[in-house]
Design a protein around this ligand. Sequence first.
Ligand code: ATP
Length: 375
Amino acid sequence: MATIQLQGVSRRFGETAAVSDVSLETDRNEFLVLLGPSGCGKTTLLRMIAGLLPPSEGRILVDGKDVTALPPRERDLAMVFQNYALYPHLTVDRNLGFGLSVRRIPKEELRRRVNEVAELLDLGPLLRRRPKELSGGQRQRVALGRAMVRDPKAFLMDEPLSNLDAKLRSSTRTRLISLHRRLDTTFVYVTHDQIDAMTMATKVAVLNGGRIEQLGTPVEIYDEPASAFVAGFMGAPPMNLIPAELGTDADARLVLRAPGVEIPLPRTAGRDPGVREVLLGIRPEHLTPVAADHTGPALRGRVDIVENLGSEEIADCEIGDLRVSVRGARPIGLNPGDTATLAVRPDLVHLFSRQSGRRLEWLPEPENADSVLVS
Ligand code: ATP
């Protein structure tokens, strides 16, 4: 069990700033997921923590000790890669014990640790097989087991599930969650898959262009995305982002005006905000198909495609030049070609600055108990 601290860590490759000024700290026993699109710097950051790549700037601390200049073997961290890198000519048993035997760990101790890990990962029946006689998921478990026998301070994992099919990914996620609980160890896990992040993380760092866009629990990241980028990255389909204008009505109440819809917000303008250009964010599950004569705020458009996910359906609708997704229990009550009326709940909308992309927050104004909007 270890804490990992990054203090102003950056890494450049020539002109490319792969990682810029990243600072974060894990709690003990954290499952930290580094999440972001291809090229955002996840792997570079993980390799710096592992000691495989020196940072251009900044410090890395493990359990409060500065390890920035230490080589990988002196950091006591185990790395699990996306390609399993097993020895093809060795049995599972020997693959598991290999790292210990080169360190001249006594035989009985080696046996004990290999057996313990084999039991934890359900590898017992496979110990005599070679990697080519294993499925992808089984190989992944051996790779994990090989890291675990060392009993490291923390596990660093780079897309370890990316070669597995959907069903195996899901069962391996469950296994990783329970392993994390039982091992009482820090995990740092790189992925571009938001489901990995939502299901396993205790904390998520969303990276964009080498910088941390948001650091928080999965629920915070989903429910209160710090920017339009995070909102558009988390969720499948992601949050609908609709250009809108924020202004006031005749009674000084705040309203959002988007094509074909006016959404009264449950607030009075503390100060006249003028007209502000914003992005209106609505999660697909917060749009509800209703009858055409619905009187509350609603988006109106044409249903293009309806996808059946089994228990749920996702409808893709055209609203003027925009496309929005609607998600709901099957049957969602929409068919391709229909004209859809989609009710909007004003209390569930998100607002982002159209200029900076940052989330706009309501802050109570001390003097008059009304609200102001800040980004
Ligand atoms: P992916 O999900 O595709 O693996 P990533 O988020 O892990 O991407 P990195 O591999 O960390 O991203 O790369 C971050 C940026 O740094 C990219 O622009 C990449 O091209 C660049 N980069 C990474 N390694 C090197 C290198 N050795 N030399 C030059 N540029 C590099």
